[in-house]
Design a protein around this ligand. Structure first.
Ligand code: 5GP
Ligand code: MG
Length: 182
């Protein structure tokens, strides 16, 4: 038991369950992407662990890129205004992008990013999200690849944080209310 486990109310997906799901998603994506020379774009920081696993589960010839956005600060719900805090470092015109995200919640982030990448000349932009919380959607956007559909609860672990902590938990869980003063 690590120092963070005592803050967890319940585990939603174990390390093993995540690994099995990511493996299957990668194989499915391979079928679609094998002749597309995709550019995987990870949304920092939450998707960094998922990114590392999904690109190895999808053995397609590809390259990787990173973008950082902020819309939350330390709050637990999206403000709607998305800002790029670190932009991509290459020309994406004509490329088939696959945006790798930790969770699709209100949809504000991915709605913004999809338009942004299309404006920059991407040939296509598909979305791969580990988690989907459809109950909170505010923008008309759906993922092309989804790991798990989650209930309307604030989750941490496997890259997802609360106030920048808990990203390094190997599983995905829900915090005890007292941890965030709820
Ligand atoms: P959206 O723009 O779709 O509302 O939110 C996307 C971002 O909000 C995600 O990339 C993630 O950083 C954050 N987010 C949404 N729901 C959760 C959650 O349950 N837990 C954590 N840790 N972050 C979340
Ligand atoms: Mg995020």
């Amino acid at each position: 038991m690590g120092a963070m486990d005592q803050d967890i109310l319940k585990v939603l997906y174990t390390e093993k369950e995540i690994a099995a799901r990511v493996e299957r998603m990668g194989k499915q994506m391979y079928e679609d992407l094998q002749d597309k020379n995709p550019l995987f774009v990870s949304v920092l920081r939450g998707a960094f662990i998922f990114m590392a696993d999904i690109v190895r589960a999808c053995q397609v010839k590809s390259d990787v890129e990173f973008i950082a956005v902020s819309s939350y600060g330390n709050a637990m719900s999206s403000s709607g205004a998305v800002q790029i805090t670190r932009d991509i470092q290459q020309d994406i015109s004509g490329r088939n992008l696959v945006v790798i995200e930790d969770i699709l919640d209100s949809g504000n982030t991915l709605f913004f990013l999809k338009q942004y990448f299309m404006t920059k000349g991407a040939a296509s932009v598909s979305i791969c999200t580990l988690l989907d919380k459809p109950s909170r959607r505010a923008k008309a956007i759906t993922a092309d690849y989804t790991g798990f559909v989650v209930p309307d609860e604030f989750v941490v672990g496997y890259g997802l944080d609360y106030c920048q902590k808990y990203r390094n938990l190997p599983y995905i869980g829900v915090l005890k209310p007292e941890v965030y003063g709820g």
